[in-house]
Design a protein around this ligand. Structure first.
Ligand code: CP
Length: 318
C-alpha cells in the first residue's frame, strides 16, 4: 500500500478488520518490519490522539519516528503553487517535501481544511503534493476532507461492541461554536457504507455531505426519528459542505441546541452506544451524563486509533 486516504486503499475490509483484531492481541508481533525504518509525521494543525497513537503504532512496529509540527519551529510553508512568496512563508512545499522525504521511509500528513475554498480543499491540494513529490508511501492523518485512521478505529470499535450482526449506526450532526471541517463525517460515512451496518445520517437542512462519501446512505432530517432503535450514535459537528449552496461552504448554518445529544435522545435508541472522535465540546455536542455513561465508547474508540494506525503502517512497511 503506497497511499492511504480512502476505504478502498485497504482492500478487503473484513480482512483488514481481522488483521486489526490480530494486531490488538499482540501489537509487538511485527517489530522486525520497522527495524532501521523511519516514520515522519508532519502536522499542519494541532493534535493529541493522532500524534500519540500513530507514534505509538510506529514504535510497536520497531520504527524510529520524527515529528514535525509546521507551526512550531519550522519555516512557514507555502502550499499554493504559482505565487510570489513575498509574505511570511519562507519555504515552498515543493522543495520541503523532497527534503523531508530524504530523511524517512514513510510519511504521515495532517493537513486540514481552510474552509474558504471548496475546490482547493476537496482537491486535497496539500496532501496530493506529498503523494506526488515525496516518492514515499504517504498516509492521511486527517486531511482537508478525510480522516481514514479515525474511521477505521471507529469501525473496529463498532465491531468490538456490536450485539447484533447488522447494527443500526446513526451519524448525527450536533452544534458547535466554531466552523469545523467535514473530514470526520465524510470518512465515517464512506467507511459505514462499506461495513455490514444499517447506516443513517441526520443533520439540519443545508448540511448535506458530499455524495462522493455518503453514496446511497439514508438521510433523515428528523433527528429523533433517525435515532429510533439505534445501536450506535456517532455525534459530530461539521460546517456547511457547500453541496447544495457552494457559497455557504465552511459556514455555520445552525447552532440549534436541540441537536445536542442528551439522555432524551439516547432514550429512543436500542440501549445505544455513544461515539465521538474527540476532542469534544461538552454541553454543545453532548451532555456530561451521556459522555460519562457506561454506554459511552469515546475512550475505547480513541484507544483503537493505535490499532488502525498500526495496520496501515504495517501494510506500508510490507
Ligand atoms: N480524533 C482526532 O484525530 O484527534 P486529534 O485531533 O487530537 O488528533
Amino acid at each position: 500500500m503506497n497511499t492511504f486516504m480512502n476505504v478502498e486503499d485497504l482492500g478487503n475490509l473484513q480482512e483488514a478488520l481481522a488483521e486489526a483484531m490480530e494486531i490488538k492481541k499482540n501489537r509487538f508481533a511485527y517489530q522486525h518490519l520497522g527495524k532501521n525504518k523511519t516514520l515522519l509525521m508532519i502536522f499542519f494543525n494541532n493534535s493529541l490522539r493522532t500524534r500519540l497513537s500513530t507514534q505509538k503504532a510506529a514504535m510497536n512496529l520497531g520504527m524510529n519516528v520524527i515529528v514535525l509540527d509546521v507551526n512550531a519551529g519550522a519555516w512557514k510553508l507555502e502550499t499554493e503553487c504559482g505565487v510570489i512568496m513575498d509574505g511570511d512563508k519562507s519555504e515552498h512545499l515543493l522543495e520541503a517535501i523532497p527534503v523531508m522525504a530524504s530523511y524517512c521511509d514513510i510519511i504521515g500528513v495532517r493537513s486540514f481544511a481552510g474552509l474558504t475554498d471548496r475546490k482547493y480543499d476537496y482537491e486535497e491540494t496539500v496532501f496530493q503534493q506529498f503523494v506526488k513529490h515525496s516518492g514515499k508511501p504517504v498516509f492521511a492523518m486527517e486531511t482537508a476532507t478525510v480522516h481514514p485512521l479515525q474511521a477505521f478505529a471507529d469501525l473496529i470499535t463498532i465491531e468490538e461492541h456490536k450485539t447484533k450482526k447488522r447494527p443500526k449506526v446513526v451519524l448525527t450532526w450536533a452544534p458547535h461554536c466554531k466552523a469545523l471541517p467535514q473530514a470526520v463525517p465524510n470518512s465515517f460515512a464512506e467507511w459505514m457504507n462499506k461495513a455490514d451496518v444499517d447506516f443513517v445520517i441526520t443533520h439540519p437542512h443545508g448540511y448535506e455531505l458530499d455524495p462522493k462519501f455518503t453514496g446511497s446512505a439514508r438521510v433523515e432530517y428528523d433527528q429523533m426519528k433517525a435515532l429510533e432503535g439505534a445501536d450506535f450514535v456517532y455525534a459530530k459537528n461539521w460546517s456547511c459542505p457547500g453541496v447544495t449552496n457552494p457559497e455557504d461552504y465552511g459556514k455555520i448554518l445552525s447552532k440549534d441546541m436541540a441537536w445536542t445529544i442528551d439522555e432524551k435522545h439516547m432514550a429512543v435508541t436500542d440501549n445505544g452506544k455513544f461515539m465521538h472522535c474527540l476532542p469534544v465540546r461538552r454541553g454543545l455536542i453532548v451532555t456530561d451524563d451521556v459522555i460519562e455513561s457506561p454506554n459511552s465508547l469515546v475512550i475505547p474508540e480513541a484507544a483503537n486509533r493505535e490499532i488502525s494506525a498500526e495496520v496501515v503502517i504495517k501494510r506500508m512497511l510490507e
